[in-house]
Design a protein around this ligand. Structure first.
Ligand code: FE
Length: 192
């Protein structure tokens, strides 16, 4: 095999490896103002979701993928103070820092939703296990799973194990924020 053939083979192998590598981890979106609350169910085509979301948000929210544990999103979550967490797909209020706790599991954890009507669950039989999937009730986006009876010292003994990339964080009085805000311009984002 000549040098050129070897080089071509090497480039091809590197391209294949690159294609298999997970997408770069998206950071949790953070804004200074709450997103406008959706008033109806949010229904979009696959192409519309692809265009709106980052690749990792799309895989998590629309295809029930799981972000890498103990990644930068988890570190962001651990550092965040008081605030409210909204769906990265539709802006529905989901969780509050009032119900946040550190389960040391590598993903954002809450012991209850902030606004129960915006969070639904259903049985999930994927991966040979019976789990309870957590979804956004407004857009149907996959958020994570909820586990019960693990012994955490919280009022509910529930662990909502949530993908951080599926959330938007707005710092401020915890549990507040619902009820209308302005669409944040790009310059209003506090994570860039
Ligand atoms: Fe949603």
């Amino acid at each position: 095999m000549g040098q050129l053939d070897c080089l071509t083979l090497l480039v091809g192998m590197m391209a294949s490896l690159s294609a298999c590598r997970p997408a770069a981890t998206t950071r949790m979106e953070a804004y200074r103002q709450p997103p406008p609350p959706p008033t109806n169910k949010v229904v979009k085509t696959d192409a519309e979701w692809r265009a709106q979301l980052s690749q990792e948000q799309y895989q998590v929210l629309r295809h029930a993928a799981t972000e890498r544990p103990f990644g930068p999103v988890y570190e962001q979550f651990r550092r965040q103070g008081q605030g409210t967490y909204y769906c990265a797909g539709c802006g529905a209020e989901l969780f509050s820092s009032n119900q946040k706790f550190d389960s040391h599991c590598g993903w954002p954890s809450f012991y209850d939703p902030a606004d129960a009507k915006n969070v639904i669950t259903r049985d999930d039989f994927a991966m040979g296990m019976v789990r309870t999937e957590v979804l956004c009730a407004v857009c149907g986006g996959h958020l994570g799973h909820v586990f019960k009876g693990e012994g955490f010292p919280t009022p509910t003994n529930l662990r909502y194990c949530i993908n951080g990339v599926a959330l938007k964080f707005v710092p401020g009085p915890a549990g507040g924020g619902a009820g209308g805000g302005q669409t944040p311009p790009k310059s209003d984002r506090s994570d860039r």
